[in-house]
Each structure stands twice: as C-alpha cells, then as structure tokens.
Write a protein that binds this ligand. Structure first.
Ligand SMILES: [Zn+2]
Length: 340
C-alpha cells in the first residue's frame, strides 16, 4: 500500500500531461523533465510566474537583474534559464526557496552558480540532512552547492528593482521552514506550498507541518492582503484573494468535520468510508486525493485540551519573534502597497 501511494505520489507530483516521461527502469523524481515546456505568465508589475513540472516559480525582473522564487527540478534548469532570459537578459542575483521539497529546490546547484541561494534556516537544515521517506522516497543529503548560503529566522527584506520584497517565515504550515514572499511594489504574493490552488494540499507533518498551523497562517495572510493582489500558489494557477478564501474555507470546514467525527469516537476507516461533502470532490483530483486528505487531517488534528494540543499551541505561538515579524509584515504590506 505504501509503495502504491509512493508511485501515485511520484506520478501525480507532475501535473503537466507532457511531463509523463516513459518509464525506463527506475526513473526518479529528478528525471521527469522530458517534454516539459516552461510557460511564462505575467502576474503583475515586474513579477512573472513560470510553470513547468513541480512548484510554480516566481520571478521579478528589472534593471537590477532577476530574483527567482523556487527552481523546480534539476533537468529543467536549462529550460528555466532560457525562459528567464526571454523575460530579461540581466543577471540572476538571488534564488529564494519557499521550503525544502525537491520539486522546489531541484535546480539549486545549477542556479546557485549564478546567484545567491536564500531560504529560512530550517530549509538549509533539512536539505543538509535529507529524509528517509518523503512521499515514499528517500531524499539523500543535498550537496554543498545546493544549500542556501544566506538564511534567516523570522523575516528579511530585499530592495531590488525599485521595490521592497518582504520574505516572511510562517511556522508549522506546509513544513517548518515556509516562506511567503511579498512583492510590495508589484502587489504579488508567492505563497509556496502553503497554497495549493483548488486542490487538497500536501501537508508534510514529518517536516514540521500542521493543518491547524496552516489554517492560522492562511487566515493571517487573507486578513492583511492588499486589494487586487495577485497570488502565485505553490501548485495550481495564478490566483486571487477570493480563491485563497475558498481554500481557507475548505481547510476550516474539512478539518472541523473530521475533528467532530474524531470526537464522536469514529475510527479512521469509518471516517474515510463516510468521505467528505460533495462540494469538495473536485479538490481530490490532484496529488492528494480525498482519502489521503482525510488521513492527513486525522493525523494532524489533536483533540482539544490534550497535552499534545497544548504543546502544539505553544509551538505555534511560542515564537514571539516570528509573531512580531508577521504583524509587521501585515502592516507594511498594506502600507507599502497603498503608498504606490
Ligand atoms: Zn512542498
């Protein structure tokens, strides 16, 4: 069963039909680039979104050169570089990683030769160690060339191409090293894998992720998002705040439902057999199907009042620095945009 899930996971991590390479022996996740083309979409202002295979790439281009957010898989690097040159022939100065997963950091060693790799400290830690099992795969420690050379703990800013780019750590969401990037002048947010647009998200509990943390983080971002902001999700199409609200509602409703059933003493098997309301059916057609989403919720939700729940609450809110940074982020996002 685990093997089957691993296979499904590997196949479905690449959404583009063209990305389904022929299965020659043991092709790993790094080898699924055959036939993939990079599609460039303007988000707003100086910011673009690139889609290929793996997590969406954000790009800001201008007189100072380029800064990119995430870099998909190593075999796509040349194609990604060609797409970047088509936007702007200037130098690539910075590469940000929203989190450590291989479909967002696979091009690090390649692009790290051109610009500085930047990420939250936990991204570097996890890349350096690897993992025994991430969606059924063993992830070896990353080579030195693929590790971020600049790391931060709660927030950092870039002053680049005439605007302030704010990078904020939101703890315990998709993983424990998630960054949300706010392009204050262009009015675009790159959410990394905190946002799977129109589909159930993968929440990496083994890497410090949590559904409850994710719900809180998304709520904070929605509350402070400037009017008309364009949102680049980790996976899925370019989105609006309205679509982020729908995603937030899905997270709240499905987790509330599963919590209720858990409190009624139902087993995981019973809950899976009952399924989820019809309106969320299409959300289970991506990487995480309805059954996997229910399993994630079951595993992530801690009944209120237990020692575990109290500890989780402490973990989420114990980091005063991160909390302050998020409040400041919210205030600055709003004022920076309104000043334009
Ligand atoms: Zn991810």
């Amino acid at each position: 069963m685990r093997k089957l899930f691993a296979l499904i996971a590997v196949l479905s991590l690449c959404p583009a039909p063209a990305a389904r390479a022929h299965a020659h022996g043991h092709r790993g996740p790094q080898d699924r680039s055959a036939g993939v083309e990079i599609k460039t979409t303007k988000a707003a202002g100086n910011v673009y979104m690139l889609e290929g295979s793996g997590g969406n790439i954000g790009v800001i281009a201008g007189p100072d050169g380029l800064l990119i957010v995430d870099d998909q898989f190593a075999p796509l690097a040349e194609k990604i570089r060609a797409a970047l040159k088509a936007i702007n022939p200037g130098p690539l100065k910075f590469i940000l990683n929203t989190h450590w997963h291989f479909d967002h950091t696979g091009g690090n060693a390649f692009f790290g030769r051109e610009g500085a790799l930047v990420a939250h400290a936990n991204v570097r830690r996890r890349l350096a160690v690897g993992a025994e099992n991430l969606v059924g795969q063993r992830i070896p420690p990353a080579p030195k060339e693929a590790l971020p050379v600049i790391t931060y703990d709660s927030a950092m800013q870039f002053h680049f191409n005439g605007e302030e780019i704010r990078v904020i750590h939101f703890p315990a969401g998709h993983t424990d090293g998630d960054s949300v990037i706010f392009f204050t002048g262009s009015n675009v947010i790159h959410m990394g894998d905190d946002f799977f647009a129109g589909r159930f998200p993968f929440v990496d509990i083994d890497s410090g992720g949590s559904v409850e943390g994710l719900i809180r983080n998304i709520g904070q971002i929605i509350a402070q998002a400037p009017a008309g902001v364009r949102i680049i999700p980790g996976h899925g199409p370019l989105s609006t705040v309205e679509e982020l609200r729908t995603y937030h509602a899905m997270l709240q409703e499905t987790s509330g439902l599963i919590r209720q059933r858990m409190q009624q003493g139902r087993t995981l098997e019973q809950i899976k057999a009952e399924g989820l309301p019809e309106k969320w059916k299409s959300w289970g057609t991506g990487f995480i199907n309805t059954e996997r989403w229910i399993e994630t919720l079951f595993r992530s939700i801690k009944p209120a009042g237990t020692a575990e729940a109290t500890k989780e609450f402490g973990d989420l809110f114990g980091n005063q620095q991160a909390g302050l940074a998020r409040d400041e982020f919210a205030a600055r996002c709003t004022s920076a945009h309104h000043a334009n």
